[in-house]
Design a protein around this ligand. Structure first.
Ligand code: SF4
Length: 147
């Protein structure tokens, strides 16, 4: 007899739940953001492959400048939305957070990043302006197409 190999609902919830669950309110995000020490020469920023200015965007969340925080994130990493969900932060920014040296929970940087970019998407903020056209085109490609 072939046994099905499906996960139970408990296993499914455990294996596929959010690693960095969303905050339920801005107050909850601000509580975590205000724990940040805004370190000079911040190790979290140095360990980010895209060099997101982590203390800056956390400070912006702490002061309720969520739009500014989203711009800070996306200015360094246009993939900041996906990265906040899948990046191995325990080996990168959160792993480098100075709170680890104090044997305390590091700042939940990915969760704060997720909060910021989800607000940006929900509010449909236009964070960047497209530059005016220069009038330049890809001449070789255009010529080839016109031939
Ligand atoms: S290392 Fe931790 S406490 Fe320091 S700026 Fe980065 S997130 Fe904040």
């Amino acid at each position: 007899m072939i046994k099905h190999n499906r996960l139970s609902s408990e296993q499914y919830a455990e294996n596929f739940s959010d690693i960095h669950p969303p905050y339920e309110s801005i107050t909850a995000a601000k509580v975590d953001a205000n724990r940040c020490l805004f370190c000079y020469d911040a190790p979290c920023m140095k360990s980010c492959p895209t060099s997101i200015d982590v203390p800056k965007f956390i400070k912006q969340i702490a002061t309720e400048n969520i739009k500014g925080s989203a711009k800070t994130i996306f200015s360094s990493n246009i993939m900041g939305a996906g990265c906040s969900k899948v990046c191995p932060v325990e080996k990168l920014c959160e792993g480098a957070c100075v709170y680890n040296l104090l044997e305390e929970e590091p700042i939940p940087i990915a969760r704060l990043q997720r909060y910021s970019r989800e607000m940006a998407m929900k509010e449909n903020w236009q964070l960047f302006q497209r530059k005016n056209s220069t009038g330049k085109r890809w001449p070789l490609l255009v010529q080839a197409l016109q031939a």
